[in-house]
Design a protein around this ligand. Structure first.
Ligand SMILES: [Zn+2]
Length: 258
């Protein structure tokens, strides 16, 4: 196979552009990219919605950490119907609309009512004497595009750390099918880190005793483990021994079994 073959479509990659392994809007470490001879432009462009699906899930963390988007623009929350978040002079500001009618948000924009759609947030407000509190739950990672985006980060990291030639091998047929076309069912193990810091890191992949390539990484305060083998035997093994491995730590395997 030639030295300018795309690891995703296995077609000629003309060398234009580069792919950020972690989406820029999450704060990709400098130089953590694959060149245009490794990821073709067509595949790179086609992945935009997978990147968005990953970025969307971290919107609150990105805003609070002040991670700039592309072209150094400040972070915002605008992909949730009843929530808007912006960076104001004195720091991050978030408006929630729990009313049945639109309201004007802190930045003057019109904010839709709570409708209970997938991205809406149900917030509760409480007041003590001197303290106002907002609490809410935001579901995390409950859609396939997110899992495809996470699997893409894992596979790109394999190419980056181990070998581009390895990433072009037929072994990863099912990974390509899942990431590119959503084919098959694949899983991702997630756990929340012990600290709440915003920190991105990919550790060099390793090989499990049964020969699977395993990639672990952290985005914001969430840690991921992706088993790149066809059978995902390592993830299943971990699942069986999870209590021992992770103790009290919060962990789960996505997608959740229903
Ligand atoms: Zn391609």
């Amino acid at each position: 196979m030639s030295s300018d073959t795309c690891i995703w479509c296995l077609q000629h990659a003309d060398g234009n552009g580069e792919e950020h392994i972690i989406p820029e809007a999450l704060g990709c470490p400098p130089g953590f990219v694959l060149p245009g001879t490794v990821v073709c432009r067509k595949c790179n462009n086609g992945f935009a919605d997978l990147d968005s699906a990953v970025i969307d899930e971290f919107d609150f963390q990105v805003l609070m950490a002040g991670i700039p988007r592309k072209k150094r623009r400040p972070p915002v929350i605008r992909s949730r119907g009843n929530v808007v978040g912006t960076i104001e002079e004195d720091g991050p500001a978030i408006s929630f609309n729990m009313n049945p009618v639109p309201i004007t948000a802190h930045d003057g924009s019109r904010l839709a009512p709570y409708r209970g759609s997938r991205r809406d947030i149900r917030a509760t407000f409480t007041h003590d004497e001197n303290l106002s509190r907002i609490s809410f739950d935001a579901p995390f990672g409950q859609n396939q595009k997110f899992l495809r985006g996470i699997t893409k980060i894992a596979f790109s990291s394999l190419a980056y750390f181990l070998s581009v030639q390895l990433a072009r091998s037929p072994t990863f047929f099912s990974i390509r099918g899942f990431v590119k076309h959503g084919e098959g069912d694949r899983h991702v193990l997630i756990s929340s880190s012990d600290d709440n810091h915003y920190f991105n890191c990919v550790w060099p992949p390793y090989i499990s005793c049964s020969g699977s390539y395993i990639v672990t990484f952290r985005l914001a305060s969430v840690e991921f483990l992706v088993d790149l083998s066809e059978e995902e035997s390592y993830i299943r093994k971990i699942q069986a021994a999870a209590q021992e491995c992770f103790g009290e730590k919060n962990w789960c395997i996505l997608p959740l079994e229903t």
